[in-house]
Design a protein around this ligand. Sequence first.
Ligand code: CA
Ligand code: CA
Length: 333
Amino acid sequence: MLNEKIVVLSVLLMLVFSSCTKKEPAAPSAPANTATPGNTFTMTDTPTATHTGTPEDTHTATSTETGTATATNTGTPTETPTITPTMTPTLVVIVESGQTRRWADNTRACSCEEYIRPSNPAYAYSGATGDGVYSIEIGGDIFDTYCDMTYDNGGWTLVLLNSSHATPPQPYWDQVVNLQNITGDLFDGLTAFDMFLGVKFWNQLGTVLRVEAGAGPASLSHRSTYTFSLNVPDHFAISLSNENILIHTEGTASPGLYTYHNGRRLTTRDMDNDAYGSGNCSHAANNTAWWYGSCWSGSFWGSGGAGGSQNKPYWTGSGSGGEYFDWGAMWVR
Ligand SMILES: [Ca+2]
Ligand SMILES: [Ca+2]
């Protein structure tokens, strides 16, 4: 019974409280904004920017483009080319003055080789060319001598000559070293004088010695060439090598100058540098200067006019058995 009362009471209580707490939602109010969707609005802003900081930016631009540009010109060129004329320089040639030759500007070459093949391109072997007497200047010393401008391309300077038409020079040491020792007439052809050019000049004229002998310059029996030099501090001792026999029509091919006198020192009447222990070989050969040994076999002065030998150029030997000729010469190139 009690339980039934509680249930009833609970139902009543539930009904009472339920009726006072139930609340209906308020009706929605009309929206304040009545804009219709679909309208277009344009907003106009005025942006304001404030830049602060240090405006010292550094910008680096890098280009890495490569390629080849090709252009082809077409049309008619209208430029007129400018032609610069090539000037032909006036070369200094050879002139003959008196009985000798020199350069037209009054200077002189230092050898016959320098005349025919001048190292200075301003000079030319032209004008009064050919075989004959030329003026040579070496270290301020001037002398006239023959140039052979014909044989084997020319350029040969005469340094020693023994012609049968003159007596040999008899130079003292200073003379055979420094001077041009001449007897006879230098300007009357290659058979009219004897000459021993100062040996201090020989090395300046070239490195090849040409030795020849015969009845005359146009009728040779011998001709040979050598690589040569004179040893100045050793009394101008002569040094010959690389023999080349070019003409040999009789007798011995090699001259005594090469087979006997090569390497010997020069001796004069006042300077005994020979290998003869009993005196001066020059005194036995009429004071002629030569590269004496003890004493000679093939001196181009022969006896010099003394003793029993010929006063002529010897190719080899001495005395009556030697091979001698009327004419002998030495040239350097
Ligand atoms: Ca002579
Ligand atoms: Ca001696």
